[in-house]
Ligand binder design. Structure first.
Ligand code: AMP
Ligand code: ZN
Length: 323
């Protein structure tokens, strides 16, 4: 028997044994704060993480890394910022201006500094003393990759595989613990022929859910779309769905009714290949696909399902993570 009953039914849970805790429990975020799993900062979506939370993420990453290593993926970790020019060229500001964040800094002299301090003392807007730097915040772990691949010349015929990780920023403050402004994404990316990248995505579509079920988390796969901005965005979202370019693996965290996307499986076709002029040795434009694990969301799903005390998690789950 489990020490803590799972919050949501899994295929292993006998009927009637678990309770959907969403209606009974106080908001999950409050529980995470009270238990010290997340530490509030005063701003929604910006939290400290406990040692236990980080340990769960570290252990989960070992599982991903094992698969990526078997595939022969090249591991690269970019910092959580990228060149401003690359974000401009990527089209991110066209599709997701509402989510983008950029880095500004003070560049004035002594007189400006005095004015800056005076503005702060008066409680006035001091952001006018800041200027945009060359950097923006990374919105997805794979964004810094494409220009670096393009700079290295033709994509070899056997294709390229990468295992990436980055803290990402998205300006979407929320009380839902699963919607953070700073979170980590572990991504595997394939760049090559259409067949290679489709096969890559199929492989992860199979083993992503397998991995999550090993952790005794209920999950379902579904077609999805990105939150494209504005009226024009609606058409892009519909197109993405119609062509099944994005799938998500959904796990109940905040509620059973609205499970949370914890993994994404994206086929970009030749979008990034064309944009960054990534061509294959045979001269054709390279296709790409990425599979993104939302590391905080996976950890939150585990804490939600098995309880905030990792010592009390089912032995079988602990064995998968800690061996
Ligand atoms: P996306 O590029 O939107 O498909 O995101 C990749 C993965 O990152 C998603 O499947 C989520 O697991 C995770 N993710 C996206 N947005 C957030 C967020 N605001 N907070 C935490 N995790 C997120
Ligand atoms: Zn990606």
């Amino acid at each position: 028997m489990n020490a803590v009953p799972p919050a949501f039914p899994t295929s292993e849970t006998p009927a009637g044994e678990s309770e959907p805790a969403a209606e009974t429990a106080k908001p999950f975020l409050d529980e995470l704060f009270a238990e010290g799993v997340l530490i509030p900062s005063g701003v929604d979506g910006l939290y400290g993480r406990s040692g236990a939370f980080e340990d769960v993420i570290d252990r989960f990453e070992v599982l991903i890394e094992r698969l990526a290593h078997e595939d022969g993926a090249v591991k690269i970790h970019f910092p959580p910022a990228m060149p401003r020019v690359n974000m401009e060229k990527s089209g991110y500001l066209k599709s997701f201006p509402q989510l983008a964040g950029s880095i500004h800094s003070f560049v004035g002299g002594d007189a400006d500094h005095c004015r800056l301090l005076a503005a702060i003392a008066e409680g006035a807007d001091w952001s006018t003393f800041q200027q945009a730097t060359d950097l923006v915040l990374t919105p997805a772990a794979c964004y810094p990759l494409y220009p670096t691949v393009a700079a290295k010349g033709a994509v070899p015929e056997k294709g390229l595989l990468f295992d990436l990780k980055s803290y990402c920023f998205r300006h979407e403050p929320s009380k839902e613990p699963t919607r953070m402004q700073f979170f980590r994404m572990r991504e595997n990316v394939c760049i090559g022929s259409p067949e290679q990248v489709k096969e890559f995505r199929e492989r992860w579509l199979e083993r992503g859910p397998k991995l999550v079920r090993l952790l005794e988390l209920p999950c379902t796969l579904d077609v999805a779309n990105d939150p494209f901005f504005g009226r024009g965005g609606k058409l892009m979202a519909r197109n993405q769905r119609d062509q099944q370019l994005k799938f998500e693996l959904l796990i109940p965290v905040n509620s059973v009714e609205e499970p949370t996307a914890c993994l994404s499986f994206n086929y970009h076709q030749d979008h990034f290949g064309t944009l960054w002029q990534m061509s294959r040795e045979n001269g054709e434009v390279a296709h790409s696909a990425c599979v993104g694990f939302g590391l905080e969301r996976i950890a939150l799903a585990l804490f939600r399902q098995h309880g905030t005390d990792v010592e009390a998690w089912p032995k079988s789950v602990r064995k998968v993570l800690w061996g």
